[in-house]
Design a protein around this ligand. Structure first.
Ligand SMILES: NC(=O)C1=CN([C@@H]2O[C@H](COP(=O)(O)OP(=O)(O)OC[C@H]3O[C@@H](n4cnc5c(N)ncnc54)[C@H](O)[C@@H]3O)[C@@H](O)[C@H]2O)C=CC1
Ligand SMILES: O=C1[C@@H](O)[C@H](O)[C@@H](O)[C@H](O)[C@H]1O
Length: 349
């Protein structure tokens, strides 16, 4: 292996091209050698300026001799096959959320990694790398607030594509709260309920936007999630913990620049997830590259962050959430018993 590990990035739309930029310009110890995308034009737009090869077939890209590790940023429905191919090739992989789109397939991925005996899968739950989330997790785990009783989460996007229906809002957006609730509380989620309220006029017919989601943790701690993806305002992500002896909130002040002019005071709210979590994405990638380098050199684990178990747990929570949306009932997550490692950082390890 060279000093730099050689990376294939699969799927170079919004997130994948951000990761390519991060790996190329802001990450030490890695170089993108291969880019893959179903759109040849998009692949070349990203690959050509950095001198990477375009390989259209994901399996070929993963197996390539000039690829040591893989970043997957294709749509969630493509993740299962691509992650499994990385496992079989023995190559570390940073897979964007969700690990897979169903609990059963995510569990199968976790079991296969466990069977192979080496942790190679990191899942892109980047909030764990955000300074505010990390500080809140440490504050809760350190016990200074007493036992956590409730989390109140707000997750608002300014706009989403037309295809974002109520179920997709759970699988693609609330999946972040599924992971951050486990990370912050340090326990699993037992059941999910969803209340569909009055939709915004911007929601397509039949789509409940916003919704209120309730997670019940194993201890009985409650997690409320307001998911609202067509606010027309900005990207707003907040979390408050209410504990026995105090409370704490993150994400309150997302003003990048505060302006005073003409007798008024105000600022700009982060417009999108890249603006809000840019540092967290970069830190996630750097820590994964460092772990992948170490794992490749030692032949051991290659993960520093949420792993396949965390990906499975989030998929199980989201599957229960989708069933709760459809049936209007409280649904238990019914998670499998854990048999291997597959998770790493803070909270639920
Ligand atoms: N962690 C985070 O905050 C975020 C994570 N994501 C995740 O990143 C992934 C990609 O999302 P976006 O970049 O927003 O989507 P996108 O639609 O902008 O990009 C996806 C790209 O993958 C390509 N593609 C589709 N199927 C493919 C396949 N089978 N093989 C190779 N390329 C394929 C498409 O042509 C496109 O260029 C998703 O899993 C999504 O959930 C997306 C946004 C934020
Ligand atoms: O992962 C993300 C998107 O895929 C999702 O659609 C958004 O709702 C989230 O805020 C963003 O972080």
């Amino acid at each position: 292996m060279n000093d730099e590990i050689r990376i294939a990035v699969l799927g170079v739309g919004k997130m994948g091209s951000f990761h390519v930029d991060s790996l190329t310009r802001r990450t030490r110890g890695a170089r993108v050698t291969v880019v893959g995308d179903v759109s040849d034009e998009q692949a070349h737009r990203v690959a050509d300026p950095i001198g990477a090869r375009v390989v259209a077939d994901p399996a070929e890209a993963i197996a390539a001799d000039d690829v040591d590790a893989v970043v997957i940023a294709t749509p969630g429905s493509a993740h299962e096959a691509q992650v499994l191919a990385c496992l079989e090739a023995g190559k570390p992989v940073l897979c964007e959320k969700p690990l897979t789109t169903e609990a059963a397939t995510a569990a199968a991925v976790y079991r296969r990694e466990t069977e192979l005996g080496r942790r190679l899968i990191q899942v892109g739950f980047m909030r764990r790398f955000d300074h505010e989330y990390a500080a809140l997790q440490q504050m809760i785990a350190g016990g200074e607030l007493g036992a956590p009783l409730m989390l109140h989460c707000t997750h608002r996007n300014p706009a989403v594509p037309e295809f974002f229906d109520s179920e997709y809002m759970i699988r693609d957006s609330v999946v972040h709260e599924a992971d951050s609730a486990r990370f912050l509380l340090g326990e699993e989620i037992a059941a999910v309920s969803v209340v569909r309220g009055r939709p915004t006029a911007d929601a397509p017919p039949g789509v409940s936007d916003p919704m209120l989601v309730l997670f019940e943790a194993d201890s009985g701690a409650l997690v409320t999630v307001e998911i609202f993806v067509r606010t027309g305002i900005a990207y707003e992500v907040r979390t408050e913990v209410v504990a026995e002896h105090g409370s704490a909130m993150i994400g309150l002040d997302q003003n990048v620049v505060t302006k005073r002019r003409g007798g008024t005071w105000g600022g700009t709210i982060t417009p999108d997830f890249v603006a809000r979590f840019g540092q967290a994405y970069d830190d996630q990638v750097q820590r994964w590259v460092d772990a992948a380098r170490a794992g490749i050199a030692s032949g051991g684990d290659a993960v520093d962050g949420p792993g396949s178990w965390d990906g499975y747990a989030a998929a199980a929570i989201c599957e229960a959430g989708v069933a709760a949306v459809v049936k209007g009932e409280r649904i238990e997550t019914g998670m499998e018993a854990r048999s291997g490692a597959g998770g790493a950082m803070g909270g639920v390890a």
